[in-house]
Ligand binder design. Structure first.
Ligand code: FAD
Ligand code: FES
Length: 339
């Protein structure tokens, strides 16, 4: 009663936000530039943090201009870092709300919300003898988490092909070259401004035994789609593990009028824009997480109308009890979303 309308825990949060039992938070302790548009954010997680496996990602909630936004970032620190801190490495993308905030404006001392680490883009318990990492741009981050982790010592032969526009855009370049000098890594950099986009068939020349290697690939959809086709065509699809930062949209259609009935807003939407973006743009409070269909942090009741799953084209009709993932669903005619 003394603390109403706040809870006692709200006051505890003011003095001890990282304590055990509090909602999981982290404190940004440093932001270190990596390239012109990428930075590593050093985070001290609260007491409830359960650690991670190399290659996994964490969802973080950041307040940007007074709005809490959630995004997923791969962990780039080794799992056994002695000071207990973790790092993510973020590349600012044009008009990106959270990535620009973290790279250019986040200050040490800032508290952020954290989820436990998750994801299955990880090395197996029994380490393969030969590995290929195929990465581009910020897709290097989960692989750097693996390369830095002591579990990499169990792999005899690691080859890596990494694409970036120019040498200065290669995140972690000095550290990668350090691993090459120590003969722990064979690295091919593809500089797409001068070499052009990587034609996946070039792998035969770059890493002749690529098909024998267990491969982890992370980068833009074009690279991953090409890799999946290539590995499938050579009958070794099971050796390819991919991590996507964005959903691959295969099916867009006609849009419609979207009503957010709880907020009382109605807007026109096309058939390709996720309802999550439509709602946020309209000022509706939309829960979210990975924004690519894997975490279910955006699940919302569809009261009426129809939506299309952008990954499959499947149409879902609204009725009581029907839930949709707003980050991978677009309007397929008029619809009513319970937000
Ligand atoms: C499992 C997972 C791991 C991830 N790990 C990392 C990581 O280690 N480092 C990192 O920098 N990012 C990572 N991401 C991407 C990250 O979650 C955000 O999507 C990214 O930072 C953009 O968020 P934003 O708020 O800046 O952009 P928004 O404001 O959400 O979007 C701005 C514009 O950019 C487009 N856009 C959104 N995301 C991307 C993207 N990834 N690439 C290109 N265009 C985009 C949007 O469609 C929109 O037009 C990861 C994503 C997932 C799902
Ligand atoms: S935000 Fe993760 S599934 Fe939609």
């Amino acid at each position: 009663m003394v603390t109403t309308p706040l809870l006692p825990s709200d006051y505890l949060d003011l003095v001890s936000p990282l304590r055990a039992g509090a909602d999981l938070r982290g404190r940004i302790e440093a932001v270190r530039p990596e390239t012109a548009d990428a930075a590593t954010v050093v985070i001290r997680p609260g007491r409830g943090w359960r650690g991670h496996t190399a290659g996994q990602y964490v969802r973080i909630g950041v307040d940007v201009d007074g709005v809490r936004l959630w995004r997923a970032y791969s962990l780039t620190s080794p799992t056994d870092r002695e000071d207990g801190r973790v790092t993510i490495t973020v590349k600012a993308i044009p008009d990106g709300k959270v990535s620009n905030h973290l790279v250019r404006r986040a200050a040490p001392g800032t508290l952020i919300h954290l989820d436990q680490a998750t994801g299955d883009f990880v090395l197996p318990q029994a380490k393969p003898a030969k590995v290929l990492y195929l990465t581009a741009g910020s897709g290097i981050t989960p692989v750097m988490g693996m390369l830095r982790d002591s579990e990499s010592d169990a792999i005899d032969d690691i080859a890596m092909v990494h694409c970036a526009p120019q040498p200065q855009d290669v995140i972690f370049r000095d550290e990668l070259h350090g691993l090459v000098a120590e003969e722990k890594l064979r690295l091919t950099e593809v500089h797409t401004d001068t070499d052009g986009m990587l034609d996946i068939a070039r792998l035969d020349a770059l890493v002749p035994d690529w098909a024998e290697r267990e491969t982890w690939a992370c980068g833009p959809a074009g690279l991953l789609d090409a890799a999946e086709e290539h590995w499938t065509a050579h009958g070794v699809r099971e050796r390819l593990h991919t991590e996507r930062f964005r959903p691959s949209v295969v099916a867009a259609g006609d849009g419609g009028e979207v009503t957010f009935s709880t907020t009382g807003r109605t807007v026109d939407a096309d058939g390709a824009t996720p309802l999550l973006d439509v709602g946020e743009e309209a000022g509706v409070l939309m829960p979210s997480g990975c924004r690519m269909g894997i975490c279910f942090g955006c699940v919302t009741p569809l009261k009426a109308g129809a939506v299309r799953d952008l990954r499959t084209g499947e149409i879902t009709e609204g009725e009581p009890g029907v839930l949709i993932q707003t980050c991978v669903s677009a309007a397929a005619g008029p619809c009513d979303i319970e937000r």
